[in-house]
Design a protein around this ligand. Structure first.
Ligand code: XMP
Length: 510
């Protein structure tokens, strides 16, 4: 079994970053909510307690029983996690005289301490806390301080238990990676063997074992996740994998044919289903964004359902679900989060289909999926594709969707993306696309008055789509794109550029 670092999440905004830093060391890590701590099996080599928006002094603060962990496996408390242990084992935690946010310098008292070995004499760290550990429990030793915080790091050496008041997982903590390495590799003794190649080998073996001679159906979207999931499954079960690629009539220009062709080149068993007309008729007359999303989702399910019935004896549904979709984050408010948009992905299928679900990527972050894809030999052109929403151009045409508008928007989008590629900017942009606006504007072409549609261009930088900034594309490139669209795409006489960040705007307009 894989050496694993278990991260118990108390609701910090940085918990996912801890997991990523551990994985960057080629060591597998998993996040679990603090109140759903799994059994500490022998492959769990160390445990990290995350930060939290709570104060340990708060009545409602999370309270966890550490008796099966502390002293049994190496344990590192970060921020709240460090305060929690100090508070619970006889120390004192109180409100800081001044709230500490941002940079601070720690001075290590013992350069030989296992946790702090190799860090500079004065090391910049990132603080974000309103409480401080005033006194430590009697058997805890202080190992580092800052100008304002005496107990910035502590250890209980014989137990391999450690606490740090700062956040080693953020890049601003300059020796953060060293501290995480010290804990994960030197102290917990994890082998650094969790590489993309190793992931492919072990996943293919596990899939063979899990699926045997069963048949699997999988909806391909042309995107990175479903393609990598399909390729892994193909390596495991070959022609027992049946992929379905649905043309919803809302794809990019030539995308249906091109993607289908590229899948065939990869040896995948793919059936293309052109259901454009069904989608267009379901969208007729609809203008509300949520109604449009739901209509597209429903037709997709119907088409997929019909097609999957044709695959005799299919027992499994393959899905490209990735880790951020399955991490159960700790709700700070206790309430369900508000639905901003009802996202639809290939694979969001109803229970009545009675298929078991197989999700080979559900432990990976997006960048890890790309690395696994590379190790599987998938072309950089597919792996580097911008994300594209399941409902496609349907949510980029504001108001009613018609085939004519789709055709116009496909042309606009093709010019935009083509120019980004030829300017060498495509890979620097996280996502780009065009939006068909439901407004006509007056223009003049030659000597003639025009009264045609306006479009908006959107290009954003982001790491995960949760937050995004509008991309500062060079004016010359924007100018060239605008000229080309107005000159080449019939029906468009005005181009605008969206300069909103997320939040408060979302990436898609609907
Ligand atoms: P928003 O508009 O919520 O989008 O800021 C964030 C990211 O999600 C993509 N998106 C979707 N992806 N199905 C998908 O598979 C959907 O229904 C969907 N809606 C938005 C969007 O393109 C961006 O990358």
């Amino acid at each position: 079994m894989q050496d694993t670092i278990l991260i118990l999440d108390f609701g910090s905004q940085y918990t996912q970053l801890i997991a990523r830093r551990v994985r960057e060391l080629n060591v597998y890590s998993e996040i679990h909510p603090w109140d759903k701590c799994p059994e500490i099996t022998s492959n769990i080599k160390g445990v990290i307690l995350s930060g939290s928006p709570f104060s340990v002094r708060d009545e409602k603060a999370p309270k966890i029983d550490l008796s099966k962990i502390k002293g049994k496996v190496p344990l590192l408390g970060v921020c709240f996690g460090a305060q929690y242990m100090a508070h619970n084992f006889g120390g004192e935690v109180a409100a800081s005289d001044t709230r500490e946010y941002g940079r601070a310098n720690i001075v290590s008292h013992n350069s030989e301490n296992d946790l702090l070995k190799g860090i500079g004499e004065q090391s910049q760290v990132w603080m974000s806390h309103g409480d401080s550990i005033k006194t430590l429990p009697s058997n805890f030793d202080v190992i580092a301080s800052t100008a304002d915080v005496k107990n910035a790091a502590y250890s209980v050496q014989e137990e391999k238990t450690y606490g740090i008041q700062f956040h080693p997982e953020v890049y601003h903590s300059t020796d953060g990676a060293t501290i995480i390495f010290n804990f994960v590799v030197s102290i917990a003794g994890c082998l650094q063997d969790w590489t993309p190649d190793a992931f492919v080998d072990s996943t293919v073996d596990a899939l063979k074992e899990q699926l045997g001679d069963d048949r699997v159906i999988l909806g391909l979207s042309g995107g990175v996740d479903s393609t990598v999931a399909a390729t892994l499954l193909h390596h495991a079960i070959g022609s027992n994998l049946h992929c379905i690629f649905v043309n919803n009539g809302l794809l990019r220009k030539n995308e249906y044919a091109e993607v289908l062709e590229s899948y065939k080149g990869m040896g995948l068993n793919v059936k293309g289903v052109d259901a454009s007309e069904l989608f267009y008729s379901a969208l007729k007359g609809l203008t509300d964004p949520e109604e449009k999303r739901k209509a597209i989702g429903k037709v997709f399910v119907d088409v997929f359902d019909e097609e999957s019935k044709l695959v005799e004896n299919a027992k499994w549904l393959g899905q490209g679900t990735i880790y951020p979709d399955v991490i159960e984050s700790v709700s700070v408010t206790g309430g369900p989060s508000q639905t901003i948009k009802s996202h639809h992905n290939v694979g969001g299928l109803p229970d009545y289909m009675k298929l078991k679900v197989v999700e080979p990527l559900k432990s990976l972050f997006k960048d890890e999926v790309r690395r696994v894809g590379k190790s599987l030999g998938i072309s950089p052109a597919i792996l580097g594709r911008h994300p594209f929403p399941g409902p496609g151009l349907g949510i980029r045409i504001l108001g009613e969707v018609t085939p004519d508008k789709v055709a116009i928007l496909q042309e606009v989008d093709a010019v935009f993306i083509g120019e980004l590629k030829s300017a060498g900017l495509y890979d620097e942009v996280w996502q780009a696309g065009a939006i068909f606006l439901p407004v006509n504007t007056v223009g003049v072409m030659g000597d003639e008055r025009t009264y045609e549609n306006a479009v908006a261009l959107r290009a954003v930088t982001s790491t995960d789509g949760m937050t995004a900034d509008w991309c500062h594309l060079p004016y010359e490139v924007l100018g060239k794109i605008s000229n080309k669209i107005i000159n080449q795409v019939k029906g468009i006489n005005r181009v605008t550029y969206d300069i909103s960040s997320k939040p408060p705007a979302t990436i898609e307009w609907e």
